[in-house]
Design a protein around this ligand. Structure first.
Ligand code: SF4
Length: 331
């Protein structure tokens, strides 16, 4: 059901904007809609985030990962059906000058992450190019700290732009690979590009000198958390040129449980009861298991040389470097 039919109650804020939005384009499975947005850059809400600000060019994500924690963002628009998040994709209207003004208000020292509640390189990006337009603004910047998170090989399209941004700003691209097992990846992330394509993207970006980290997240007990599974991801990522690997244990809010538990029932029925017991109480696991996985991740990083942390590096043309200023004047 689409928003204009969804509710007779008075809608406000983002829910009202969503209800008034116009269809842009429709494929058989997915409908794209257009969304006016008051602010493009939002404050990071998590306590332990290594960045202060987030940018999400779209609302919803067509990749439809079974564990996706971002499904709650559709609930802000009163879209509560599990599949609406992956079938009704909202392309935010992008106004470059308004975005520039927003960006100018963000302190230079603050980190910004592109793609925390949607994949900025999902199929909608091929049509609307909003991520690309955002990056074109970052191309004008210097001294920023920007990270991008994606599961899509489409990020390779922007390699030249990213290379240029990375020369004047601290840039990291995080490519998520939860498993190298194609069958398992298809079950977990049904509409995302295959792991092999993501590895090709890592190779393409790394070859251009862009620092790429592999994000093996979420780690799901008894699904992708074995040493052999982590080793396979790490080995493939290291061979493709990634510099760092990280990953965290599954976080399963109630909105994510609505997609994840039916997936378990279908694909891993023997695990369903244990997941329900553990995640039924709170959306995260604590105690021994996360500590064990943190240690396992550390050992995997060290074994495959994926331990160049995404901090403490300065790009080629860092702000305030007098040598570089001279170089720029001369070139
Ligand atoms: S790619 Fe990210 S945002 Fe998209 S469905 Fe998967 S987990 Fe959610």
């Amino acid at each position: 059901m689409f928003p204009e039919m969804a509710s007779q109650t008075k809608l406000v804020g983002i829910a009202k904007l969503a209800a008034e939005s116009q269809p842009l384009d429709a494929k058989r499975r997915v409908e794209y809609r257009d969304l006016e947005t008051r602010r493009f850059i939002g404050r990071a809400s998590g306590r332990k985030m290594p960045f202060e600000w987030t940018i999400n060019p779209y609302r919803g994500c067509e990749f439809g990962c079974k564990y996706c924690y971002a499904r709650y963002t559709h609930e802000f628009m009163e879209l509560r059906e599990t599949e609406q998040f992956e079938r009704e994709i909202y392309a935010k209207r992008f106004h470059p000058d308004a975005f520039r003004r927003e960006l100018a208000r963000i302190p230079l020292a603050d980190g910004i992450c592109l793609g925390t509640a949607t994949d900025p390189y999902q199929p909608a990006e091929r049509r609307f190019g909003i991520t690309r337009k955002i990056l074109e603004v970052f191309f004008e910047e210097r001294g920023r700290t920007l990270s991008i998170t994606t599961k899509s090989d489409l990020v390779g399209r922007d390699v030249s732009l990213l290379e240029a941004i990375g020369k004047r700003n601290v840039l990291h691209v995080f490519v998520t690979i939860t498993t190298t097992n194609e069958r398992l990846a298809r079950q977990l992330e049904p509409y995302a590009p295959r792991p092999a394509l993501r590895l090709q993207a890592i190779e393409k970006l790394s070859s251009a000198g862009i620092r790429v980290c592999v994000l093996c997240s979420p780690l799901m007990p008894l699904i992708n958390d074995s040493r052999s599974s982590l080793n396979a991801v790490a080995e493939a990522a290291a061979n493709a040129g990634a510099v760092y690997m990280m990953g965290g244990v599954l976080f399963l809010k109630p909105c994510a449980q609505k997609a994840f538990f039916p997936f378990l029932e279908e694909s891993f029925p023997s695990l369903l009861r244990r997941y329900r017991e553990r995640y039924g109480v709170r959306p995260f696991l604590d105690g021994h298991y996360p500590e064990m996985m943190s240690e396992r991740m550390k050992q995997t990083r060290e074994r495959f040389g994926l331990n160049r942390k995404p901090i403490g590096y300065q790009p080629e043309q860092w702000m305030g470097d007098p040598q570089m200023e001279l170089f720029n004047l001369q070139s």
